[in-house]
Design a protein around this ligand. Structure first.
Ligand SMILES: Nc1ncnc2c1ncn2[C@@H]1O[C@H](CSCC[C@H]([NH3+])C(=O)O)[C@@H](O)[C@H]1O
Length: 346
C-alpha cells in the first residue's frame, strides 16, 4: 500500500506544472489561499468568501473549493454550508508561501503569463512565432523579461518552483564522490548549488548567471548560510567563459535555444571542465520514441510559445551533440516526474 504520510513533490509537480492543469488550481487566489489556510488551519466557505471579497454566487464558490478538493489540493470536513476546508499534506508543504519547500512560483508564473500564451498555440503553430506578452519581442526572451524587476523576480521564483523536486532528486542520486567543484551555468537563484552544498559537504559550488540575477542569488545563498561554499559569478554564457569546475550543470538551459546555440553552450561547458569532468543537463528529456513524455513534448511547445526557436530534446539528441563536441559518452538518471539528468563524460 502507498505511504501517504509524506508529502509527494512529484504529485504536486505533476498537477501543478502540467500545462493542462486546471485554471482552478492556478487561480487558487494566486496561491495565497493555501498560505491562508496554513495560518488559520481550516476555514468555512463563508470565511473564504469574505477574505477574498468574492462576489460570485455561493454555488460557484462551492464549485471552486470542491474542485480543489477533487484535485486533492484541499481537504474538507462536512459539505456545503457545514464544510470546513483545510490544506492537504502536499499543499501544506509545497504551496504555503512561508514554507522552505514552497514551489508555487511556477504556478504563479503560469497563472500570470504562460496560461494566456497557451491560448495562442494555434497562432504559434501557424506563424512559427513566439506568443509572449511583449510587442515586437526581441530574439532573446531574457532581454525582454529582465527589463522589469517584478517579472524578473517572478521568473526566478518560477524556476525554483519548477526544479525543486528535480534538484533534490539529482543531489541525492548522483555520485559526487569523485568531484569537488560544481558550476551551475544559468544557476538562477542558486538553488541547485545550495542543495548540492547542503547535502554534499565536500562540494564547493558556483552559481553563474546574468548580472541582473546576481543580487537575488546572493540573498538566497545568504539565507541558507552557505556563503563559504557557494559563490555567485556573473556573466554571459555565450560571450564569457563558464567558471571552471569538475561538474558543469545546465538546468533547463539548452531547451531555451536553437540547435546551433545548444551546441555552442555544450562546447562552452566542455571547455570549462577538466579531463574526466562531467556535464549535466537537467531537463524534461523526451523519450527516444517520442511517445510517452507528454510533459517534455508540451514543454517543447512552451519553448515555441516563449522563445520561438528553443525546443526540448531526447537523450539520443543529447548524445549526438555531446559526442560531436568531444565528450566520450553519456548516460542519464531519471529525476522527479518527467525530468532527467543527461550526463556527458569528458
Ligand atoms: N546569456 C546568458 N548567460 C548566463 N545566463 C543566462 C543567459 N541567458 C539566460 N540565462 C539564465 O538562464 C536561466 C534559464 S532558466 C533556468 C534556471 C535554472 N537553471 C533552473 O534549472 O531552474 C535564467 O536564470 C537566465 O537568467
Amino acid at each position: 500500500m502507498k505511504d501517504h504520510s509524506q508529502p509527494e513533490p512529484g504529485h504536486i509537480m505533476q498537477i501543478g506544472t502540467g500545462f493542462w492543469a486546471s485554471k482552478t488550481l492556478l487561480t487558487a487566489v494566486n496561491l495565497d489561499l493555501f498560505t491562508h489556510l496554513a495560518v488559520h488551519r481550516s476555514m468555512s466557505a463563508a470565511e473564504i468568501k469574505k477574505t477574498y471579497n468574492f462576489q460570485c454566487t455561493d454555488r460557484h464558490l462551492y464549485d471552486f473549493l470542491d474542485a480543489l478538493v477533487a484535485l486533492n489540493l484541499l481537504e474538507k470536513e462536512g459539505n456545503l454550508t457545514s464544510a470546513l476546508y483545510f490544506n492537504t499534506k502536499d499543499t501544506d508543504a509545497f504551496l504555503d508561501m512561508n514554507k522552505k519547500a514552497y514551489i508555487g512560483g511556477i504556478l504563479k508564473m503560469m497563472n500570470n503569463r504562460l496560461y494566456s500564451n497557451w491560448g495562442n498555440l494555434q497562432e504559434a503553430l501557424s506563424t512559427g512565432n513566439s506568443q509572449i506578452e511583449f510587442n515586437n519581442p526581441s530574439e532573446n526572451l531574457f532581454d525582454d523579461l529582465y527589463k522589469d524587476e517584478s517579472r524578473l523576480k517572478e521568473f526566478i521564483d518560477a524556476m525554483s518552483g519548477a526544479q525543486m523536486g528535480n534538484f533534490m532528486a539529482f543531489t541525492n542520486t548522483f555520485d559526487f564522490t569523485r568531484y569537488n567543484t560544481l558550476t551551475d551555468a544559468g544557476g538562477s537563484s542558486g538553488l541547485l548549488s545550495i542543495m548540492v552544498a547542503t547535502h554534499q559537504p565536500h562540494m564547493k559550488c558556483t552559481s553563474f548567471d546574468l548580472p541582473e540575477v546576481e543580487s537575488i542569488a546572493k540573498s538566497t545563498i545568504d539565507k541558507f548560510n552557505l556563503t563559504d561554499r557557494v559563490s555567485v559569478a556573473s556573466g554571459n554564457f555565450f560571450n564569457d567563459p563558464i567558471p571552471a569546475a569538475d561538474i558543469v550543470v545546465m538546468g533547463n538551459i539548452l531547451h531555451d535555444w536553437d540547435e546551433e546555440n545548444k551546441q555552442k553552450l555544450i562546447k562552452k561547458a566542455y571547455e570549462a571542465l577538466p579531463k574526466e569532468g562531467v556535464f549535466v543537463a537537467i531537463e524534461n528529456l523526451i523519450d527516444n520514441d517520442r511517445r510517452k513524455n507528454s510533459f517534455g513534448l508540451l514543454m517543447s511547445l512552451n519553448m515555441l510559445l516563449e522563445t520561438k526557436t528553443g525546443f526540448d530534446y531526447t537523450f539520443n539528441d543529447f548524445e549526438g551533440w555531446i559526442l560531436d563536441v568531444g565528450f566520450k559518452n553519456a548516460s542519464f538518471i531519471p529525476l522527479a516526474g518527467p525530468a532527467s539528468a543527461a550526463i556527458a563524460y569528458k
